[in-house]
Write a protein that binds this ligand. Structure first.
Ligand SMILES: *Cc1c(COP(=O)(O)O)cnc(C)c1O
Length: 389
């Protein structure tokens, strides 16, 4: 039985996989079971921030593995404490709760917002406002937060108390806050799964002001946009806004599961003993890897991320077969004239792995992708988009 057949027989059929078995990776290159090499423009959906088999990350992880791989949260460990300190120092946030995924990081954010508002404004203040076309995760609560009906079908009833308003519509947000007893506002700075759609600066600053005026915790979902992806440490740092809660995951761990919910001044002491927890949360191996990632997201490194971003935007914008290029940093959506799935398939045949988001080709390369690999991938995409148009 081939690996492909074995997977199809025994793994739950939730993923429409490409018929490719990946066996190894180094830097921004992946190798399949036939020995074919690809330039990877997906980094495991924005996870392997420093590429595959990154030496610094591997040393941090294996060093910790040799000491202790897990302890439970009954005891202190160095990587967890160090990572929390590093994240707080780099963001100005005050405390961190660690979990294992983006959905869990959002669950924690929602719990904090609800408890803060329940204590301040009463138990009937529980409504969480999110945006149409958003994506916040797959648990029943984060699905309720996700403003895309097609994810909800046949899973009702979801967690109650969520309303969705159209993105970039300030009046709709104002009306919603006036109508409901709002406990929190949650949004992505760039809607990732929704099609790599950035919110406008005007909207973000208005939402920030609306939330702060009414003492509503303002939550930014940085699961995909965070950890250098946007060209800043966190994408909200591209704008003059100050969230109270930031959730993140994906790129933080550099390849191991981790989620983090960063709590600002206003909500820093909302969670007390027993209010929340996670068996694996703060795992020392994941945290050691994450420390090695966050330590290297320096101003100089992020400057290079923005340079690479400019290269991708300028190479693909306005060329035949490309209708638009959107996004921030190295989180880029390319609307091709040809269907995105066909472009991705042909790029794959040509040795370049891309993602899709809605009707777009989505690029989330390793932040450290070598310029020559990036050039090869972008030129291949450009040529393919034009030929298939
Ligand atoms: C991927 C993603 C999530 C969910 O993260 P998981 O680790 O799959 O639970 C939540 N929010 C955003 C913005 C994401 O991109």
């Amino acid at each position: 039985m081939s690996i492909l057949q074995m997977d199809q027989e025994y793994v739950a059929g939730t993923y429409k996989r490409f018929p490719v078995e990946i066996v190894s990776g180094k830097g921004s290159r992946l190798v399949d079971a036939n020995g074919k090499s690809y330039v990877d423009m997906g980094s495991g959906i924005g996870v392997t921030a420093f590429g595959f088999g990154d030496e610094v990350w591997m040393a941090a992880v294996t060093d910790q593995l040799g000491k202790v791989q897990h302890t439970s949260n009954l005891y202190y460990t160095e990587p967890c404490a160090k990572l929390a300190k590093l994240l707080c120092e780099k963001t100005g946030m005050k405390k961190v709760f660690f979990s294992n995924s983006g959905a869990e990081a959002n669950e924690c954010a929602i719990k904090v917002a609800r408890k803060y508002s329940a204590e301040k404004k009463g138990l009937d203040c529980y409504t969480i406002v999110t945006l149409v076309n958003s994506f916040h995760g797959r648990t029943l609560t984060t699905l309720a937060a996700t403003g895309q009906e097609h994810f909800h079908q046949l899973f009702q009833p979801l967690t109650p108390g969520f309303v969705h308003v159209p993105a970039n519509d300030i009046d709709a947000l104002k009306k919603c806050v006036a109508e409901f007893n709002v406990a929190g506002i949650l949004m992505e700075v760039v809607q990732g799964e929704g099609g790599v759609l950035p919110l406008t600066e005007e909207y973000l600053t208005a939402a920030n002001a609306i939330a702060h005026e009414d003492d509503i915790p303002y939550m930014i979902d940085e699961v995909q946009t965070g950890n250098g992806r946007s060209g800043k440490l966190y994408s909200y740092m591209n704008y003059p806004i100050q969230p109270d809660i930031v959730s993140t995951a994906k790129g933080l761990g550099g390849g191991l599961p981790i989620g983090a919910t960063l709590l600002g001044e206003k909500v820093q002491n909302v969670l007390g003993y027993g209010d929340h927890g996670s068996t694996f949360g703060g795992n020392p191996v994941s945290c050691a890897g994450a420390v090695s990632v966050v330590e290297r997201l320096t101003d100089g490194f992020l400057f290079d991320v923005r340079k690479k971003s400019e290269y991708v935007f300028s190479t693909l914008t306005g060329v035949p077969g490309v209708e638009s290029v959107t996004g921030l940093g190295l989180m880029i959506g390319v609307k091709t004239t040809a269907p995105a799935s066909e472009v991705v398939k042909t790029c794959m045949d040509r040795g370049v792995l891309c993602l899709t988001a809605k009707d777009k080709v989505r690029l989330l390369p390793a932040l450290s992708i070598p310029m020559e690999d990036l050039k090869y991938a972008v030129e291949t995409l450009k040529k393919t988009a034009e030929e298939l148009a």
